[in-house]
Design a protein around this ligand. Structure first.
Ligand SMILES: [Cu+2]
Length: 329
């Protein structure tokens, strides 16, 4: 397998542009998909630019005022129905094609990849913290095995940050108080830059991280070696302990039994019918909201009696609780 190094001097120069396109295309499918939309829009726009400007210049020269020419020697054109229909229809169709193609690719790169492993990302001024399901954690270094899709579940503990992997052409804001996602398909081994794209304070320009795509066996060795360094409890274990401590299991169950509230068994990813309004998907954002603002979306058929845990359960602990609920599927 090929490898890439971020900041490689052979890339990024104008003459190497096609090379850089090829390199990114190999890095992740999202890169060539987004490049293809960009190139399509650029080529169609270039065609119309040359057509319109070319005709402008041609007519300006062809029909310029000549010395000694009689006034009114040029025929007076008052309109042309067919031409007008064509110049309204053709650009409209082109713009519609940009929209449809762009939307299809957008939907594609924002759809979860089958078999992806979850990694939690917490941003803060001015660092990225990566948390793996088994309890490993790392600052500013996201290590993943090549060829295996990854789902990043991101939130911020202070202000809005960005998460941009230029090589993959994908970017997502990271917000305090809610979860946003990025779906990675790391195909090419190597090191790639991650940048913050929101002006988040004085240290913004130093807010960078590295995506390190490793050969699967080297990744496994790295993960095993991190075993000793990781926290005493993995997030799901911590989540389970917290839920016992906060008395959640008095109203909820892990085995499908309905008590005062719904069971957590199979909750994650399920469609939840609500007492008010349409059904929602039980994702990270829904579970978090259930804890902080339980009355906002009340599950159908249940009383609105769950207390709020805002102020008593931190964002880190919410992530652990979510991790535990996921294990009950
Ligand atoms: Cu930032």
């Amino acid at each position: 397998m090929e490898t890439a190094e971020a900041g490689d001097p052979a890339r990024g120069h104008g003459g190497q542009m096609m090379n850089a396109f090829a390199q990114s295309a190999a890095a992740s499918p999202s890169a060539w998909k987004i490049d293809a939309v960009f190139l399509f829009i650029a080529v169609v726009s270039l065609f119309f630019f040359l057509l319109v400007e070319g005709m402008l210049i041609y007519f300006a020269i062809r029909y310029r005022r000549r010395k000694g020419a009689e006034e009114g020697a040029t025929s007076e054109v008052r309109g042309n129905f067919i031409l007008e229909v064509v110049w309204v229809l053709v650009p409209s169709l082109a713009v519609l094609a940009f929209f449809i193609y762009g939307y299809v690719v957008y939907r594609d790169v924002t759809t979860p990849l089958p078999g992806a492993s979850d990694i939690n990302v917490v941003t803060g001024q001015f660092v990225y913290e990566f948390k793996y399901p088994d309890g490993r954690a790392a600052m500013n270094e996201l290590r993943v095995p090549a060829g295996k899709p990854v789902k990043l579940i991101m939130t911020s503990r202070d202000v809005i940050h960005g998460f941009f992997i230029p090589e993959y052409r994908i970017k997502q804001d990271v917000l305090p108080g809610r979860y946003t996602y990025l779906h990675l398909q790391p195909d090419l081994e190597g090191t790639f830059d991650i940048y913050c794209t929101q002006y988040c304070g004085v240290g913004h320009s130093t807010m960078r991280a590295k995506l390190i795509v490793m050969p699967p066996d080297a990744y496994a060795a790295w993960a095993a070696q991190g075993e000793g360094a990781k926290a005493a409890m993995s997030p799901p274990e911590k989540g389970k302990a917290l839920m016992e401590k906060f008395g959640c299991m008095g109203c909820h169950s892990a085995d499908g039994t309905v008590k005062v509230g719904p069971s957590f068994k199979g909750l994650y990813g399920r469609r939840v019918e609500l007492a008010q309004g349409p059904a929602v998907m039980a994702d990270e954002g829904y579970i978090r909201e259930s804890l902080y603002d339980p009355g906002a979306k009340v599950a159908k058929g249940f009383p609105n009696v769950m207390p709020t845990y805002k102020g008593s359960i931190t964002d880190d602990d919410v992530a652990a609780i979510i991790a535990h609920i996921k294990t009950l599927n």
